[in-house]
Design a protein around this ligand. Sequence first.
Ligand SMILES: Cc1cc2nc3c(=O)[nH]c(=O)nc-3n(C[C@H](O)[C@H](O)[C@H](O)COP(=O)(O)OP(=O)(O)OC[C@H]3O[C@@H](n4cnc5c(N)ncnc54)[C@H](O)[C@@H]3O)c2cc1C
Length: 384
Amino acid sequence: MTALSTEEQAVVDTVRTFVDREVRPVVRELEHSDTYPEALVERMKELGVFGLAVPEPWGEAPVSMPCYAQVTAELARGWMSLAGAMGGHTVVAKLLVAFGTRAQQDRWLPAMATGEVRATMALTEPGGGSDLQAMRTVARRDGGQWVVDGAKTWITNSRRSQLIALLCRTDPDAQPRHRGVSVLLVEHGPGLTVSKDLPKLGYKGVESCELVFDGFRAPADAVLGGEEGRGFAQMMTGLETGRIQVAARAVGVAQAAFDDALRYAQERESFGRPIWQHQSVGNLLADMATSLTAARQLVLYAAERYETGRRCDLEAGMAKLFASETAMRVALDAIRVHGGHGYSTEFDVERYFRDAPLMIVGEGTNEIQRDVIARQLVARGGLG
Ligand SMILES: Cc1cc2nc3c(=O)[nH]c(=O)nc-3n(C[C@H](O)[C@H](O)[C@H](O)COP(=O)(O)OP(=O)(O)OC[C@H]3O[C@@H](n4cnc5c(N)ncnc54)[C@H](O)[C@@H]3O)c2cc1C
């Protein structure tokens, strides 16, 4: 595993200190009141977190994917919702860098680097998120503009994001269907309604919403890269980043759950000794630490593969699958270690247990990840 450069390690350390000093002391209150973390997001802007994927000349401090994954894990260790506030944003920044026209890059990336403009991506529809090619949101040409009709759901940060990367059909008759899909870069305006904030098990504080497009008009140059029909392939590339990000979030949540369990197991006593000395509890801690370490290595492996510029959907899929299932199991085991306190909202472990399932479902469910992994194994002739 390659070590981070001194500069990148300093970025991770800065975020770690921010999490310990400024996030962990306030997270329980924000979580239980479901409050948008305005002040923490402002601090993330100051720390440059929203610009981590934006290179010169639009930004200042782009970092490697392994560094980005570690920053994400640190944020999620404090509060998974904070990592969520910059997840879709980074995917959109990377899409713009990789595929945007120069005009699109100049327009959006400088303000995205500072966090003044925040971005989200809108893929999922009420009819389904796994089968993206069956999407029904359509953009039709009308004079010099696009007219969009349809609905998206579960779109995180969409009320507060100024830029939405909208996956939609620009040629509903195209065969194969993915050739008729484009990404439109759209802003809030007439014809776009944020119709509902969806109530959630966890992932509190940040909003996940339904969006309705009804005769919404976007300019002709809103198509990412300027050429229609490339959106599906563009978004699949973006999802490699998204899946590494979600996997890193899972590592952060699992780390927090393990840390709390290890501490509690040394403080709590039963039968005259700290509970970690009971073999069953010690075994839980050993297994938690082992899977957490394996998950972290898998995420860094995927991040390093990404950095080589080669296709990494197999690696990102494996990282997302394993890290999210690990986070779920470690969060449950942290509850076991805490006994009754683990079920109390006065402790943090119940939050990890509510946050962990999102990483199993989001950014392509784990069933879909297995499908991606199996297809790639066959296509590559094995692990290679
Ligand atoms: C809190 C939250 C935030 C989200 N944020 C965003 C966001 O910002 N932007 C966005 O676009 N989306 C977002 N999503 C949506 C998320 O990506 C989808 O929920 C996810 O992709 C699954 O889609 P679905 O819910 O429609 O499930 P479905 O596609 O209906 O799947 C239902 C079940 O069927 C299984 N299934 C479906 N097809 C197959 C198959 N071919 N093989 C095996 N199993 C299959 C699935 O694995 C799942 O178990 C968010 C979701 C949540 C819960």
